[in-house]
Ligand binder design. Structure first.
Ligand code: FES
Ligand SMILES: [Fe+2]
Length: 450
């Protein structure tokens, strides 16, 4: 009998032509296991930023699927990444999520390992092992590939994966460089919390510039988000439960000048152009966009990125934050937030960036509480046998998106749309088939129209 994850069946779950996704992919156990294997077991995943581990012995732990990985600064300044599991009988070697150490000692029987992962100590080795154990065989297991791309440390569990620069491609490098070229450091303290939702719904929302006026209405209503005088409602609009028209006002551009980028392996970007952001009466001046090193690093398309970028599968980059969406189960996702400040930030701007990071997203973040409710409810509804048969729709601007292939990047300039979401699900289906890297690259080459 065909399982839910056969290649033919995967193709039937996502329709790029109809803009329809089968909702069962948001709660199916078998699909989740296949995601861990084919996506989280193969893709380059973000581990940490190099500024989080500046000194020898600094370490930071990050999940890669269900594997936990320790990224460790070495004495010579290089970085290594190891599985956080003792090579004796598997205890978690290090219980701290981050810190500094001279060596790692397992709390079960006391085997110890140096910063390079070598097994350097076995309690009572001569007495009990009688010289039978070869220490050189039992060092910590390193991840198959790790790379530092402009300060952003990534790793993959697939030794055959292409180099990080190729995996990111021109678009992915542009998304990282938009932050990296400014010269940034991560603020101590990573925000982590859990939402009862499927991880793919969180990625879908990264690109969604349609929901803000409704989902975040309470944030607008209490003045948490500043309001502009310009209404963004048009024909039809929204109504409240008594049928009264709701006047929607926003602190974001009106959705008439947006840009989506779609790229190989499923990387994508969507949102208002930088030009639309700059023209908005409430926008602050983004001085960093004028720096020559930034302009050179990100190119002409990068200069117009004003929305949100995602490195497939779950690394969301904004101007000053990076979010990982760690899959725990089909219906449970851990959200991680890293916050960047410019290396030359004044104390005031540093404080303002941190304040915003705490109050907008994260466990105390107003907007993410509102978003999380939608993701959790949408996940819950997929448990209904009949409800699960109603397709998840991504039809906005469908078939109208002319893809411009220029400067090594594929972009669509349009009004608010759902192209980046649909592209993410299309790429997801290709990853799920377990294609070779070359076939996956070809299957996720951007089309001319979407
Ligand atoms: S499991 Fe680590 S020392 Fe035994
Ligand atoms: Fe939101």
């Amino acid at each position: 009998m065909a399982t839910n994850v056969d290649a033919d069946h995967v193709d039937a779950l996502v329709s790029l032509e109809r803009g329809e996704i089968d909702r069962r992919i948001f709660s199916d156990e078998e699909i989740f296991e296949q995601e861990l294997k084919q996506i989280f077991g193969r893709a380059w995943l973000f581990l940490c930023h190099e500024t989080q581990i500046p000194k020898a012995g600094d370490f930071f732990e990050t999940p890669m699927g269900r594997d936990n990985v320790l990224t460790v600064r070495q004495k010579d300044g290089s970085i290594r990444a190891f599985l956080n599991t003792c090579t004796h009988r598997g205890n978690a070697l290090c219980r701290a999520e981050e810190g500094n150490t001279k060596a790692f000692m397992c709390t079960y029987h006391g085997w110890s390992f140096n910063l390079g992962g070598d097994l350097i100590g076995i309690p009572d080795s001569d007495l009990f092992y009688k010289g039978d154990i070869d220490r050189s065989k039992y060092g910590l297991r390193r991840v198959p590939q790790m790379a530092n791309y402009h300060g952003f440390v990534f790793a993959t569990m697939d030794a055959a994966a292409p180099p990080i620069e190729d995996f990111l491609g021109t678009a992915g490098r542009m998304f990282v460089d938009l932050v990296a070229a400014r010269g940034v450091q991560v603020v101590p303290g990573i925000q982590k919390f859990v939402i009862d939702c499927n991880w793919k719904l969180t990625v879908d929302n990264v690109f969604d510039w349609y929901h803000g006026q409704i989902t975040h209405m309470s944030a607008f209503g209490i003045g948490f988000l500043p309001t502009s005088e310009e209404s963004v409602t048009d024909g039809g609009g929204a109504q409240d439960t008594l049928g009264r028209k709701i006047e929607l006002r926003g602190s974001i551009p009106d959705g008439r000048d947006e840009m989506a980028v779609i790229a190989e392996y499923g990387h994508a970007h969507s949102g208002p152009t930088a030009r639309a952001v700059a023209a908005h009466p409430l926008s602050g001046v983004q001085k960093w966009r004028e720096r020559p090193e930034v302009i050179e690093a990100i190119g002409p398309v990068g200069m117009q990125l004003g929305g949100h970028s995602n490195i497939f599968p779950t690394c969301w980059l904004t101007k000053s934050q990076l979010s990982l969406r760690v899959p725990i189960s089909p219906t449970r996702t851990e959200i991680w937030w890293f916050t960047f400040v410019d290396n030359d930030a004044t104390p005031e701007s540093r404080a303002a960036t941190i304040s915003q990071a705490i109050h907008v997203f994260g466990p105390a973040g107003f907007l993410e509480q509102e978003d999380g409710e939608n993701w959790a409810q949408a996940t819950k509804q997929t448990h209904g046998a009949r409800s699960a048969q109603v397709p998840h729709l991504l039809k906005m601007d469908l078939g109208r998106g002319t893809v411009v292939h220029e400067h090594g990047v594929s972009r669509i300039e349009s009004t608010t749309n759902e192209h980046a979401q649909l592209w993410t699900f299309h790429a997801w289906a290709q990853w799920m088939k377990g294609l070779s890297w070359d076939a996956l690259h070809a299957a996720t080459a951007p089309p001319d129209v979407i």
